[in-house]
Design a protein around this ligand. Structure first.
Ligand code: MLT
Length: 314
């Protein structure tokens, strides 16, 4: 019997090559992106596998309608767009690709830090608008500044590595970070409060969980140094956007670089009206290499599940 696979977000065609060339299993691959929640709900009952990126919201409602679903593959790290409790209750396995986009996310974060420090997007726009404005775009160096990294998993560590290449000092917070590990990685470590008190740039790299929602809030902003710069290429919601807005308007925060926000797409978000803010539309993992890699990882998991009954990363 055919195994029906629905791909509901744009995925790298090279990345799903392992599925395309599979000969033993009878795979029926359907690609339909941009489905409304109702359309997905109506469709999902015919499928054994749902393969998504971050756009498709795999809600309880969708999962309850998914009578044949055995596996949800997330081509990326964050699984906050999937209702894990609902999937577990139905015995549906959820697999992600935790490593495939680490490098791209770290590179994007580094690009955001540099763009923020040197006003690159605004300077470029100003030139396009016909101005030669050198005084307005005086930046700051990264050398000898302190980067605070909140969340020191794979991506946080890669960002720190690059920051050290730019001769920054790094101080990190992570609930799993120990003194030995911090020393080995050549960074200082402390609580969130310790980190934000000394950092000139603060970048967040935690998943979005109950515990991390709005962890960077009004009280935490109050502890920061004046003229701090904030970067979020992880998940919207880790930073309380109202508190960030107020801190920028009050002159506490000199700039923010945001790749993610609580509601996406975030066109029209009032933070975008502030000249201190630069933003990209959730592009952290959007490279040819990362997209191929995450799609290959989940494709291999699907094959492994149907061939041998287990997955690499459930
Ligand atoms: C992730 O969680 O892997 C990233 O946010 C990338 C994506 O949007 O797929």
């Amino acid at each position: 019997m055919a195994i029906n696979i629905l791909i509901s977000d744009p995925l790298s065609e090279d990345g799903i090559y392992p599925l395309r060339q599979e000969k033993e299993l009878d795979l029926n691959i359907v690609i339909e992106t941009g489905l409304t929640p109702d359309a997905l709900k109506a469709k999902i009952k015919d499928f054994d596998v749902l393969l998504v990126r971050s756009q498709t919201k795999v809600t309880r409602d969708i999962i309850e309608a998914a009578d044949n679903l055995k596996l949800i593959g997330r081509a990326g790290v964050g699984v906050d767009n999937i209702d894990l409790d609902a999937a577990t209750e139905k015995g549906i396995i959820v697999v992600n690709a935790p490593d495939g986009n680490t490098n791209s996310a770290a590179e994007h974060t580094t690009a955001m830090i540099m763009s923020l420090a040197r006003h690159i997007p605004h300077a470029h726009m100003s030139l396009q608008e016909g101005r030669w404005d050198r005084k307005k775009f005086v930046g700051v160096e990264l050398k000898n500044k302190t980067l605070g990294v909140i969340g020191f998993g794979r991506i946080g560590q890669e960002v720190a590595h690059r920051a050290k290449g730019n001769r920054m000092n790094v101080i990190a917070y992570d609930p799993f970070l120990t003194a030995e590990k911090a020393e080995k990685l050549g960074v200082d470590f402390g609580s969130v409060e310790d980190v934000v008190k000394v950092a000139d740039f603060i970048t967040v790299h935690t998943p979005l969980l109950k515990e991390t929602k709005h962890m960077i809030n009004k009280d935490i902003f109050a502890l920061m140094k004046d003229d701090v710069r904030i970067i979020n290429c992880a998940r919207g919601g880790i930073i309380d956007e109202e508190a960030l807005y107020d801190a920028i308007v009050a002159g506490k925060v000199a700039g923010a670089a945001l790749d993610v926000m609580e509601e996406e797409p975030f066109v029209g978000n009032r933070l975008l009206d502030l000249p201190q803010v630069i933003a990209t539309p959730h592009l952290g993992a959007s490279t040819i290499e990362a997209q191929e890699s995450v799609a290959v990882d989940v494709s291999n998991d699907i094959l492994s599940y149907f061939n041998i009954g287990t997955v690499r990363n459930p």
